[in-house]
Write a protein that binds this ligand. Structure first.
Ligand SMILES: Cc1ncc(COP(=O)(O)O)c(C=O)c1O
Length: 399
């Protein structure tokens, strides 16, 4: 018979050894990676460490939650394993993660960015960091003929998104990572729309893979978060520094929710992708729809690249309706299962009108140039039954 103290140690060791090694499959890693810190209780899932501070000299070396908390350290281990990266740092939101990266730059530095970016990324560059002397060149990087700008500008950072928000352009991550490396630029990929299950930028050569975990990684639309994964120890140190120096850390409870959500990432992504592909094929044949964009439709301009780079097409699709902005919004409001709301990547279906919502912060002129028309509608396809979603779309289009 073991005494209580010995039993506690055995339980602790079991909890620790349940951590998997990196050769385990994606879902095995997702389920088992974020499970430590069970302590002497044998809790199968970690508790939420709702504490601002830690007693000095504790064995795990925690001091103050802004610079480290078990819940976000566990999430960081899990996301690093999913991204196939050595390190990951978690933040309070996707925008906090971007702020951490951009805060490492200096006045006069240049960023070369894909021209179709999430609206708040554009706003962060133009309304916040431009006044500190950052210069951003926006280019259509889906066109290989434009890649020369990387050699010409010699940027500190190349900022990519793929698929892009909201146009779902797909850019060549391996090719652009090599082009960035040639001039010593770090290459960041905003991987929010794909998630690490469908695409792993660091494995394709990118320096940094950034995700808003608010979307697919958490997947339940109940908290915000962001993460930056990398193999580069210098960048990792910069991210950890930004997390505590700028106060960009997530709350322990949000990190706990996100760690819970990521355990089912693979299952959800398979379902999102299958349903979105079926709806995209159907919408493409619908008379009221001018065009449908979805990376795994043969009509997508980068279809072949998407098939090489991504496991499946993800859950976002966009449709261009034959109508004005007011009519497009009215269509969105008629939907019953797709809620008209910002955000994406949750189990529930959402619809968004980028010109008046996510990309309202982008000047109308710039929206027109990059192809965000007034009739463009973005669907985040949830995990509901596909027939119900199709009926909802049909009814709203018919009206
Ligand atoms: C592609 C992309 N990146 C980053 C973000 C920002 O994430 P958050 O809302 O978590 O700050 C979003 C949000 O919609 C996004 O769509």
């Amino acid at each position: 018979m073991r005494g209580p103290r010995a039993r506690a140690v055995v339980v602790w060791v079991q909890a620790e050894t349940m951590q998997t090694n990196d050769s385990a499959g994606f879902t095995t890693r997702a389920v088992h990676k974020a499970r430590g810190f069970a302590g002497s209780t044998g809790a199968v899932m970690p508790p939420v460490f709702l504490t601002a501070t830690f007693a000095s000299g504790n064995p795990d070396g925690f001091d103050y939650t802004r610079s480290g908390n078990p819940n976000f350290r566990l999430l960081e281990q899990a996301v690093a394993a999913l991204e196939g990266a050595r390190y990951a740092t978690c933040f309070a939101s996707g925008v906090s993660a971007m702020t951490a990266v951009v805060s490492t730059l200096q006045a006069g530095d240049v960023v070369v960015a894909e021209e179709n970016l999430y609206g708040c990324t554009y706003r962060l560059f133009e309304r916040v960091f431009a006044k500190f002397g950052l210069r951003v060149r926006y280019v259509d990087l889906a066109q290989r003929s434009n890649w020369g700008v990387i050699g010409a500008e010699r940027p500190k950072l190349v900022w990519l998104e793929s698929p892009t928000n909201p146009l779902l352009k797909v850019v060549d991550l391996a090719g652009l990572s090599a082009a960035g490396a040639d001039v010593g630029a770090a290459v960041l990929v905003d991987n929010t729309f794909a998630s690490a299950y469908l695409q792993r930028p660091v494995e394709l050569g990118a320096t940094l893979s950034l995700s808003s975990t608010t979307k697919y990684i958490n997947g339940h639309s109940d908290c915000l978060g962001g993460v930056v994964a990398t193999n580069d120890s210098v960048w990792q140190e910069r991210m950890v520094f930004a997390q505590k120096a700028l106060g960009l850390q997530p709350s322990p409870f949000d990190a706990w929710l996100t760690a819970r959500g990521q355990r089912t990432l693979a299952l959800r992504m398979d379902r999102h992708s299958a349903t979105a592909l079926e709806l995209a094929r159907w919408l493409e044949t619908h008379a009221g729809v001018r065009a449908v964009r979805y990376p795994f439709l043969p009509s997508h301009p980068q279809y072949e690249l998407a098939r090489r780079q991504m496991k499946s097409g993800s859950g976002i699709l966009t449709a261009e309706l034959e109508c004005s902005a007011a009519e497009a919004l009215a269509f969105c409001r008629r939907l019953r299962l797709f809620t008209l709301a910002e955000s994406l990547g949750g189990v529930e279906s959402l619809v968004c009108h980028p010109a008046t919502m996510t990309h309202a912060s982008v000047p109308a002129e710039v929206r027109r140039q990059v192809g965000i028309s007034d009739g463009l509608v973005r669907f985040s396809v949830g995990i509901e039954d596909v027939e119900d979603l199709r009926r909802d779309l049909e009814a709203a289009l018919h009206a």
